[in-house]
Design a binder for this molecule. Sequence first.
Ligand code: AMP
Length: 484
Amino acid sequence: MNTTQPFDDDHPHEECGVFGIFGHAESTALTALGLHALQHRGQEAAGIVSYDGEQFHAHRGMGNVGDNFSSKEVIARLSGHSAIGHVRYATTGEVAMRNVQPLFADFEFGGLAICHNGNLTNSYKLRQQLVRRGSLFQSTSDTEVIVHLIATSLKLSVEERMIDALRQVQGAYSLAALTQEGMIAVRDPMGVRPLVLGRLGEAWIVSSESCALDIIGADFVRDVEAGEMVIVGPNGLRSIRPFGRETKRLCIFEYIYFARPDSVMDGVSVYESRKRIGAELARESHVAADIVIPVPDSGVPAALGYAAECKLPFELGIIRNHYVGRTFIEPTDQIRNLGVKLKHNANRAHIQGKRVILVDDSIVRGTTSTKIVAMVRQAGAKEVHMRISSPPTKDSCFYGIATPERNKLLASNMSIEEMGKYIGADSLAFVSIDGLYRALGETKRNMKTPQYCDACFTGDYPIPLVDHDSGQVQTQLSLLTENA
Ligand code: AMP
């Protein structure tokens, strides 16, 4: 699901997570638990819709899963044997209650709830066409385009209407939908965003990441394949491939940063891949140093791999405060200037007098690296060498990850040497694109048909950027503003 001004500060802004279960008496409680495990994919809002055989029940709210799904009353009200849920970080559509998913609509054929991880690249164009034909949009989210395409389809069954709708959209999508007949899950033809299938007793589960299966004691069955539609109902599971076969292009940044390290994606462990990227980084760009320190938490696995490869001690030289919540009131400039370090603090004993290698996963605007390098110097480091476990982020993502406009990306404006000076490091190096592919088990990036979507590093966009190329993404979608 996709917003217009993503990632304009240095807070963690991520994409979305979806979860769905069919055939369990505790479907809502399990969905809430599953969403807890996917919380890292979106902290702006959360929602669940359940179906009890007669009625759909919905609960949605701004904030974290725990803020909205901790009360027994809420869980009990969302009765039924099937449920789908969503955690949201807006990458299109403003921050407002009306954009919180799952979306629900009453159609000619009955009710349908739908939630989406990803971002459509032709949603604005489709929206304009739909509005001209009389569709009245209730949200500014791109996901609602799918709802209207389903509503206006002339096909008969829900399944056929969904296929009809999805044949018209372009972009990245992993979807979970709930109907009166069952649950439908779909992954776009390139499989840009992840989606897995699991089982808990007789119940079927779909989830953005496998870590959500682990926490509810469900078995991992397999990844939903690129271009696959899975239909689950009282008679079991069916799989169809209505969109033809394209080369799979899973987002490589899931491995670098987004996914939880305890997830396995398309057969590859996220944690192990991060360690291997760190080892590649060490082989490619090691300098003499005394200690390897991760920027927590995102840099930890890569720093472990780096330290093991160059046989240097690994220490938690920076401590992160995990309790800085969304509700925190930013201090005044006067207090900030006193040097209040809210999120990170240096562990001086492990830094003083040392030549430090700092490892983080990426540099976007350079805000984090600049702060951390200065902090490590202040704590008495003799040298600070920054190592990044991704290639330079030079291009924006249009497939569901919040990145700033291209001109705000440090790497699109500066050489690596200039970036190193900008962040105040003695040296700066990034893993190479082939090093990254090697860490993921490939010999190198296949230039003709790359194995992953790496557009943020290469500018090679596998799915056409229809709205962006026609300059339409920034256009106002709604005249209404409302309280979040
Ligand atoms: P910046 O401070 O703008 O250079 O952002 C880099 C930091 O943000 C790194 O520590 C990353 O772990 C983290 N990061 C990278 N990409 C994203 C993203 N799309 N949303 C939120 N945080 C990110």
